[in-house]
Write a protein that binds this ligand. Sequence first.
Ligand code: PAF
Length: 281
Amino acid sequence: MELIRNVRECQLWRRGVSGSVGFVPTMGALHDGHLSLVRASILACDLTVVSIYVNPAQFGPGEDLGAYPRTLEMDLQALRDLQVSAVFLPADGEMYPPDYSTFVMEEQLSARLEGQSRPGHFRGVTTIVSKLFNIIRPDYAYFGRKDAQQLRVIRKMTRDLNYNIDIVACPTVREPDGLAMSSRNQYLTENERRRAAVIFRALSDGKALFENGERNAHLIRNAVIARISAEPLAKIDYISIADDASLIEFEGEITADALVSVAVFLGRTRLIDNITLRLKN
Ligand code: PAF
């Protein structure tokens, strides 16, 4: 497994290899969710590159950039075990030199949901992913459905900027009690961790109502809110039931496939999750 620490070296590595290249961008603190993306890439591509870079541009003031978990040695061991071809580990100065002034911004999907709670977040994500795409020039890039809005924003950016890259969406990996795997789960106390299972239970309540024929977005949203509100440690940031493609909120009847997405605080830890409601033809 090659460890590549600077942009030039990465570009030279890329020039020297042939065959299909799969890419998994990460911020490290790897868990089974990340590793499922890596496995999907290894199965489908000749070579797999993983990047590990905690991207300061996607954290707002007062967010958890400084506290973000860093577990580099364990991450590298897990990637070695999977026989990843190369890991790109750039330093901040490589990605954002002091006079850095170019940003990539998707202006529709990014404005909603996470974009409202975390202004500037997607500008940071699209900028770094676009830079990584330019450096690594993958054929396929793998993203988890857990970050549903990020997946949609990246797909849109890839299309709008004509990247010749297939974006592959992989299922959310969950703990046995349903909690979606996330590097931020490490922040939870034991008690918060136990109670965090309420998030998936609430999403499942919404889905069950839908599958029993309920199409009123308000009623489904209220059921999700009721379940989460019954957990005293949980504080809702937002609950959204939106068109799965445009992310425009359903106000009345659900008339197309819908994405139910939530952001919930457990203590000081903010967790996101989602579930899709599919209308059958
Ligand atoms: O999903 C993440 O971990 C990050 O947003 C990404 C895609 C690696 C960009 O920093």
